[in-house]
Design a protein around this ligand. Structure first.
Ligand code: URA
Length: 233
């Protein structure tokens, strides 16, 4: 791929702007030698203003989504892309969220430009478990785990029952819900179906991957080992 296109695709600017960066001598190799637009160079050897390039296409990252942010790019309020370097929104291929978390849900959100990986995570066929920590407005009744595990629970306005889900009661107002599907507002609607209301919802795991030390608003690029862990259970 031509260097101008490679760098433009990473969101550093339009092809015209990146061409100007070459002319200004801002693009160099690792030893500081100025590169020209028609030079050949490996991604890892390129520097812009002395800094290594952002990761190449095939990027997957995890973000600790804070409350109050939305996964949409069109929302006028705070969006998850605001937490990343601005050029990440301009990348080609696009960096998309892997499924969505509601504005009022915090926790583990994956973002990727890898369509196959996205499909593998969201596809009901892959049965990838997502774990949610829920804080309830009312005390749990005690029969919720059985209802959620039954495989017969039907949510309002849906035509097929939910797949069995596991509920671990932590205390009267706190529970850990493990889902293998991702229907619209699923966790909140499940608790509504058993007469309760979710006050706070946090996704703590997807497959074998947890947030680790990542604080709300922080993100990190995932490596091969993280992806292996993601699909490990
Ligand atoms: N279930 C919900 O209700 N909301 C989310 O954000 C995720 C799962």
């Amino acid at each position: 791929m031509k260097l101008v296109r490679l760098i433009a695709n990473l969101g550093y600017g339009s092809r015209k702007q990146v061409s100007a960066m070459f002319r200004e001598g801002r693009i160099t190799d690792a030893d500081g030698e100025v590169l020209y637009a028609d030079d050949k160079a490996e991604h890892a050897a390129i520097r812009i203003d002395g800094e290594p390039l952002d990761p190449p296409a095939g990027l997957t990252l995890m973000l600790h989504k804070p409350l109050g942010t939305t996964c949409s790019t069109k929302d006028p309020g705070r969006i998850v892309y605001d937490l990343l370097p601005p050029r990440f929104r301009l990348r080609a291929p696009l960096l998309s969220t892997v499924g969505r978390l509601d504005r009022d849900t915090s926790g583990l959100l994956l973002m990727t430009d890898d369509g196959q990986l996205l499909h593998r995570v969201v596809s009901p066929k892959s049965q990838l478990h997502k774990v949610y920590e829920a804080t309830m407005a009312e005390d749990l009744r005690g029969d919720e785990a059985g209802i959620f595990a039954s495989g017969t629970l039907m949510l309002e306005s849906e035509t097929t029952p939910l797949a069995p889900a596991a509920l671990e009661v932590v205390d009267a107002r706190h529970a850990r819900l493990t889902l293998s599907e991702g229907r619209y507002h699923q966790a909140r609607r499940m608790f509504a179906a058993v007469g309760n209301h979710v006050q706070a919802l946090h996704r703590s795991r997807i497959g074998g991957l947890g947030l680790g030390e990542l604080a709300a608003g922080e993100w990190r690029v995932l490596g091969e080992d993280d992806l292996a862990r993601l699909f490990s259970c």
